[in-house]
Design a protein around this ligand. Sequence first.
Ligand SMILES: C[S@@+](CC[C@H](N)C(=O)[O-])C[C@H]1O[C@@H](n2cnc3c(N)ncnc32)[C@H](O)[C@@H]1O
Length: 432
Amino acid sequence: MRFQSYFNSAIKIIQLYDGTMPLQHFLKQYFSQHKKHGSRDRKIITHVCYNFFRLGKAFSTISAEERLKLAIFICNDNIENWKFLFEGEWLNNHNNLEKRIAFVQSKYSFSLQDVFPFYNEASKPLDNDAFAKAFFIQPDVFLRIRPGFNNGVINKLQSHNIQYNIIEESCIGLAPSTNINSVIDINKEAVIQDYASQQVGSFLYEAAQHLPAISYQVSAISKEEIQNRISVWDCCAGSGGKSILAYDVLKNIELTASDIRSSIIQNLKQRFAKAGIKKYKTFVYDAANSQSPIPNSIFPTPHASTNQLFNQSTLTNSKFPIPNSPYDLIICDAPCTGSGTWGRTPEQLYFFNVIKIEEYAARQQKIVRNAVEYLKTNGFFLYITCSVFEKENEATADFIQQKLKLELIKLELIKGYGKKADTMFAALFKKN
Ligand SMILES: C[S@@+](CC[C@H](N)C(=O)[O-])C[C@H]1O[C@@H](n2cnc3c(N)ncnc32)[C@H](O)[C@@H]1O
């Protein structure tokens, strides 16, 4: 029977997988070594493997088979093909998620806290039960339509019969399996960016309102406007999601982006090229370490005119000469546990060790302490995590206020559960 064999394959994969690499990569590797699985097989096996990890830390003492059965029952609205796993009373209690949870609770000792047993570590505004329950539902994919492309993107979605939800004017929600890359020119017309990430735009607006005149007319930039450009440093830029957001929201900016990984800076450059961002500077930099020049791995863009800054002799025993510094605005989208995004990578919840929270919090403090040094007086510092843990969020925000003496302007835990989205934290500060 086909679905019994999918079930068996999923069990085999789950037992082989040890969490050391992302599940997505592991599955890719596994399927490339086991060619007998066709594309539909791979899709179904992948789906139920993810279901398994969606139960988080719950049901840790039962067999993998029994756990997978529970996972399939709880995480799917339609279990028609999996009926062979369940007796009648299970099927009678399957109508909706609430009923499924209640039914499983009548059979097993189980609470939502077992799924996400870190309630004491969570940021205060988090609704822990709602957050834990959201693990059972696969998150949506979100598009942020870039300025000027609204009608074009909507027309394309409609003409390809793609189901979409307009969440906000430029925020579109799509079902997880939507193949959007073949329809929309990604990064040019729209960016794939989670709903919560998009909300960070309001923090950028807030900063922009207090910064010296910026021009929203990018077409013809005068000398004066160039002088008035907001200088922005995205100090943990990754592949540039927040940089592109800043470019779209703030328009006339002088953008500098860095990350500790040179490979990701290459991704960022490709994305920027598609996004039409031409003038910017990049470099590889360990933001946790002010002495961290990585001279052989600095990547000025073709437009960068600062190569001379990176002369090795100027780098010893002195702070790394960050190009364009000091800045009007520093975006610090810090490395973190990623707990607010575990709905997309539930294997991380399953394998998570709570010790990691302290480790990340310590690294975050180092990064913010160092980065703030490159901020202008009256400049803004935007601290972001995709974590739900207080030590990474509010405690780091307290550190920025108390120890680094920045003024808190705005702070929010951006809640994505209930919207099939990630949860993030953002806090905006001003250096007086
Ligand atoms: C949350 S991700 C950034 C995501 C990105 N802002 C975006 O929106 O696409 C954090 C980034 O910090 C980088 N990172 C980790 N440790 C770092 C460090 N010590 N200095 C600079 N970057 C670091 C990681 O390589 C990762 O790309």
